[in-house]
Design a protein. Structure first.
Length: 689
C-alpha cells in the first residue's frame, strides 16, 4: 500500500498569505542614510537571533567526521570497505609507477587492518609551507594534500583529490603510519584524525623501505556491529593483482575471523602476469563460450598518454563489464566503457561490410555486449570521476583513448580467424534480431490496442512508449473520465472510462464475457491477453488503477473489476500491477483551510479535531469523481506525491479459500451470499468502507 495519508490531514491547506509591505513614494532627491542604526521591526528582531556567532567553521578533518557520506558515500559496510580501497590505491600507485613490487594486506582479530608496500615511502621531511609539520603529518591531517595533483611524481594515479588517506585517518579511532626511507624508520600515531605527537625516528633499518598503514575504523562512525569482511577484502585485493601484473599482493587474515562456511584462505599470494585475460579466463571457466579465444590485449601511451588493457569474450549468458581507471573500480562505468562499446560495435559492423553480411548494419552496442564478459582497465593522467567515491569515470578523453586502442586490435583479431569471427558475427546478429523482434511486438501491441478499441474519445493513452512508470486509470463514466483526463500527467497516465457496472464474470458464461464490449476494450487496452495466453511482458502499463466513486456504487464497480482481473488475469494481481485509488468523499473548508475526508468516520474525526470549535465550516459531499474539479482530483487521487492507493494482492497459500470466497460472494448462487450476510452481519458495523 502506497500511503500518503497526511494529504487528508492538512496537505491541501492553503498557505496563509503574508501581509504585503507598505509602499512609500520615492523621494524627489537622494537623501543620505543616517549613521545611526535604525530601529528593528518585530520581524527584524526575530532575525537578530541569527548572528555571526552562529556561523560555525569546521577546521582540519572535522568536516569528514561530521559528514562522512560526502567523502566515502555513507557509513554502511560498502563505505567501510572503501577505506581499504583508499589505502591500497596509494600502494598500487607506487607499484604502477614502478617503485613497489609487492603489497601486504593483513586483517587482525583486533579489528585492525594493515597495508604495507615496498615503495618509496611517504616523505617525512618538514613541509615548506607548514615548517612545524612533516610532509607525512600534512598528508594525514589535511584535506587536498598529496603528490598527485600534477604528473611530476605520479604519471597516473588512482588518488587525485588528495583526500583519500586523510579521510581514512579522520574516520579511524586509531591509526599508525610507519615509513622506511633512506635506511631510517619513522612512526607517527593518530586518533580520529589528530596527531598524538610529532613524527618520531624509531631507528635504523637496512632491509626495509616503503609505507605501513595500520588503522581501525571508528565504531562511533560505522557502528559497533560493522566490521571488515575477510571475503570482501580478499576479493578487492585479488582484483588489484589482476589489474597490474607487475605487483605481488600478499594476504593474511586471522583464522578467528573466517567463517567455517567461508572459503577465504588465511594466507594467500596473488601474482598474475597475464593480467585481465587471466581474470576473465577464471571468471568464465564454467560458461559455454561462443568462440574459444579471448580477445585481449594492452597498449601503452595511446594518443600521447595513458594506457589501456582489455579482455572480452562472448558466452551464452548475461553479459557484464568490469572496468577500472588507474586500478580504481568504476562499477557505474563511464567514458572508458563507452570507448570499448564503440570499438567493438564499429569493428563488427566493418567486418560485416567486409564479408558482405548486410544484416550487420543493424548491430548496436547493446547487441555486442548483451552476452559479452568484459574487463577493461585504463591508466590516464588526472582522470575525472563522478563523486569522491569514484564509481563512474567522466573524463572525455578516456573514450577516445579506449576506442583507439581497442578498435585496431579488434580489426586484426577478427580478420586473423574468419571462422570464429563469422560465428561471433552471426551470434551478435541473432541478438540484434531478437531485440528488433521484441521492440516490434511491443510497438504492434500498443498500436493494435489503440486501433482495435476505435474509441479515440474513450481511451486517452499516455505518450510514453515503454510500460515502465506508466499507469492506466479505469474510471466510471464519461464525466469522471473528463476530469481525470484534465488532471492526469499525459506523459505516463492513461484514462479509460467505462459505462456503469461491468459484467460480473463470476456468474456469466464464457460467451457473454467474449461478447461484452467493455471488457473487450479493457483487454485490448492492456494488451497482455488473458488466462493461459496472459503475458506479463506484454502488459502496456506498469500499474492498473481502479478509480471509482467513494460510495457504495463505486465499491460495487471496483468489486466487479477486481473479480474480472482475478478470474481472467490472476497473474496481473500476483505480479503487483493492480491498485485501488482512494478518492475523498468530503471536502471540508473553513477560511483558507481545506481538508479532504475519505468517508464519514474520517469526516467526524476531522470535525472533532482540526475543525473543533470553528464556525462557518463548509462540508461538501462529492457525488462522484465527475463533480471534482480536475485540480482537486489530481491533488487528492492522482498525484503520486500526495495520493493514497491500495495495492491488491493475493495472500500466499490461500488460493483455495480465495476461490471459495469469490464464488460465494460473486457467483450465481444467491443463497450463498444470503448465508454469508447472515453469518457476518454482526461485524458490519466494524467495516470501514
Amino acid at each position: 500500500m502506497s500511503a500518503k495519508n497526511d494529504l487528508f490531514a492538512g496537505n491541501a491547506a492553503a498557505a496563509n498569505a503574508e501581509e504585503a509591505p507598505a509602499v512609500h513614494p520615492a523621494p524627489t532627491k537622494a537623501v543620505p542614510k543616517p549613521a545611526a542604526v535604525p530601529d528593528l521591526s518585530p520581524k527584524d528582531a526575530i532575525d537578530s537571533d541569527y548572528s555571526a556567532a552562529d556561523i560555525e567553521v569546521l577546521e582540519g578533518l572535522e568536516p569528514v567526521r561530521r559528514r562522512p557520506g560526502m567523502y566515502i558515500g555513507g557509513t554502511d559496510e560498502k563505505a567501510l570497505h572503501h577505506l581499504f580501497a583508499e589505502v591500497i590505491d596509494n600502494s598500487m600507485d607506487e607499484a604502477v609507477a614502478g617503485h613497489a613490487t609487492w603489497i601486504d594486506v593483513a586483517l587482525g582479530a583486533d579489528g585492525y587492518l594493515t597495508v604495507t608496500d615496498n615503495g618509496r615511502g611517504i616523505p617525512v621531511d618538514p613541509h615548506p609551507k607548514f615548517k612545524d609539520k612533516s610532509a607525512l603529518e600534512v598528508i594525514m591531517t589535511t584535506l587536498h594534500a598529496g603528490g598527485k595533483f600534477d604528473s611530476k611524481v605520479y604519471e597516473t594515479s588512482g588518488g587525485l583529490h588528495g583526500v583519500g588517506i586523510s579521510v581514512v585517518n579522520a574516520l579511524s579511532d586509531d591509526l599508525v603510519v610507519e615509513v622506511a626511507r633512506s635506511r631510517k624508520l619513522y612512526r607517527q600515531t593518530f586518533q580520529r584524525g589528530h596527531a598524538q605527537g610529532p613524527i618520531e625516528l624509531v631507528g635504523d633499518t637496512q632491509n626495509r623501505r616503503g609505507t605501513l598503514i595500520r588503522f581501525r575504523p571508528d565504531a562511533d562512525i560505522f557502528g559497533k556491529g560493522t566490521k571488515f569482511r575477510p571475503s570482501r577484502l580478499l576479493k578487492m585485493a585479488r582484483s588489484k593483482a589482476y589489474l597490474f601484473g607487475g605487483v605481488e599482493i600478499r594476504w593474511h587474515c586471522d583464522p578467528e575471523l573466517i567463517d567455517a562456511k567461508d572459503e577465504t584462505p588465511a594466507e594467500a599470494v596473488f601474482h598474475f602476469p597475464g593480467g585481465l585475460k587471466d581474470f576473465l579466463e577464471e571468471r568464465l571457466e564454467k560458461e559455454r563460450r561462443v568462440v574459444d579465444d579471448i580477445f585481449a590485449g594492452r597498449t601503452t601511451k595511446t594518443g600521447g598518454h595513458g594506457s589501456v588493457e582489455w579482455a572480452v569474450s562472448w558466452f551464452a549468458g548475461d553479459g557484464f563489464i568490469n572496468s577500472y581507471c588507474n586500478t580504481v573500480p568504476t562499477p557505474e562505468g563511464g567514458t572508458h566503457e563507452a570507448g570499448l562499446r564503440y570499438a567493438l560495435m564499429r569493428g563488427l559492423k566493418a567486418y560485416g561490410e567486409l564479408t558482405n553480411n548486410k544484416k550487420a548494419s543493424v548491430i548496436t552496442g547493446d547487441d555486442v555486449l548483451t552476452s559479452a564478459g568484459g574487463m577493461l582497465s585504463v591508466f590516464i593522467r588526472e582522470p575525472e570521476f563522478v563523486g569522491q567515491t569514484k564509481d563512474k569515470l567522466s573524463s572525455s578523453e578516456a573514450t577516445r583513448i579506449a576506442e583507439t586502442a581497442v578498435r585496431d586490435a579488434f580489426d586484426h583479431w577478427l580478420t586473423a580467424s574468419p571462422n570464429q569471427s563469422n560465428k561471433l558475427l552471426e551470434w551478435v546478429i541473432e541478438r540484434a534480431d531478437e531485440r528488433l523482434r521484441r521492440r516490434q511486438e511491443k510497438d504492434v501491441a500498443r498500436k493494435t490496442a489503440v486501433r482495435k478499441l476505435r474509441l479515440p474519445g474513450k481511451l486517452a493513452d499516455c505518450s510514453a512508449n515503454q510500460s515502465e512508470g506508466t499507469e492506466l486509470f479505469i474510471v466510471e463514466g464519461d464525466s469522471a473520465g473528463g476530469s481525470a483526463k484534465q488532471a492526469r500527467n499525459r506523459k505516463n497516465q492513461a484514462i479509460l472510462p467505462l459505462r456503469g457496472k461491468i459484467l460480473n464474470v463470476a456468474n456469466a458464461g464464457r460467451d457473454k464475457l467474449v461478447a461484452n464490449q467493455q471488457l473487450a476494450d479493457l483487454s485490448q487496452a492492456l494488451g497482455c491477453g488473458s488466462r493461459a495466453q496472459y503475458r506479463d511482458e506484454d502488459l502496456r502499463y506498469e500499474k492498473v488503477v481502479i478509480m471509482t466513486d467513494a460510495d457504495v456504487d463505486g465499491a460495487h464497480i471496483a468489486s466487479l473489476l477486481i473479480t474480472f482481473f482475478y478470474r481472467e488475469m490472476p497473474n496481473l494481481i500476483q505480479n503487483g500491477h493492480l491498485y485501488l485509488a482512494v478518492p475523498p468523499l468530503y471536502r471540508i473548508s473553513q477560511g483558507g483551510k481545506t481538508l479532504y475526508a475519505r468517508d464519514d468516520a474520517h469526516k467526524d474525526e476531522l470535525m472533532s479535531t482540526v475543525f473543533k470549535g470553528r464556525t462557518k465550516v463548509e462540508i461538501g459531499r462529492f457525488k462522484g469523481l465527475g463533480e471534482m474539479m480536475p485540480a482537486q482530483l489530481k491533488e487528492t487521487t492522482m498525484d503520486p506525491s500526495k495520493r493514497t492507493m491500495l495495492k491488491v494482492g493475493i495472500i500466499e497459500d490461500t488460493q483455495e479459500l480465495t476461490n471459495k470466497t469469490v464464488e460465494q460472494l460473486m457467483g450465481n448462487k444467491p443463497e450463498a451470499r444470503f448465508r454469508f450476510i447472515q453469518e457476518n452481519a454482526e461485524f458490519a458495523e466494524d467495516l470501514d468502507i
